[in-house]
Design a protein around this ligand. Structure first.
Ligand code: ATP
Ligand code: MG
Length: 139
């Protein structure tokens, strides 16, 4: 059965470009309920831990430099079938290929700085939410 929780981050470049408010509005308009949220910042080591599944990929070092380069928003979102619903809502990884009107099409600038993160499975949604929040904050 699909879970009802996903985890998102607004990435540093979207924050620096002033899109925080618009992206949060869009998330809420999409029917996602914000269960927990914080403005925070990752160290390089924390970014490496968060993205450890990608450690063999050529973009790992650049991605973790980027993700630790400035403030981010981390949030736990709730909706029916949240993981897939949110991935559909944010659009393809590469903003140039993301469907019109999706968050990445609107606010992403390139494949790395693609505005937002979205969990890829129910299991990872829990792992990623727990990376940033105490259980009492989102369960
Ligand atoms: P996310 O996990 O951030 O929601 P995703 O599941 O669409 O995105 P992944 O394959 O998990 O994509 O990649 C994680 C992140 O790594 C991407 O969001 C993007 O920032 C970065 N990334 C992916 N592919 C590339 C690439 N070819 N070059 C640079 N960065 C990349
Ligand atoms: Mg992913």
């Amino acid at each position: 059965m699909a879970g009802n929780i996903t985890f998102t981050m607004i990435k540093p470049k979207a924050m620096a470009n002033g899109h925080m408010g618009n992206i949060l509005s869009k998330i809420i308009e999409g029917g996602f309920k914000i269960k927990a949220m914080k403005l925070t910042r990752l160290t390089k080591e924390q970014a490496m831990e968060f993205y450890a599944v990608h450690k063999e990929r050529p973009f790992y070092n650049g991605l973790t430099d980027f993700m630790s380069s400035g403030p981010i928003i981390a949030a736990v979102l709730e909706k029916e079938n949240a993981v897939q619903a949110y991935r559909d809502y944010i659009g393809a990884t590469n903003p140039a290929e993301a469907a019109e009107g999706t968050i990445r099409a609107l606010y992403g600038t390139d494949i790395e700085a693609n505005a937002v993160h979205g969990s890829d499975s129910d299991e990872n949604a829990v792992i990623e939410s727990s990376f940033f929040f105490a259980k009492r904050e989102w369960v």
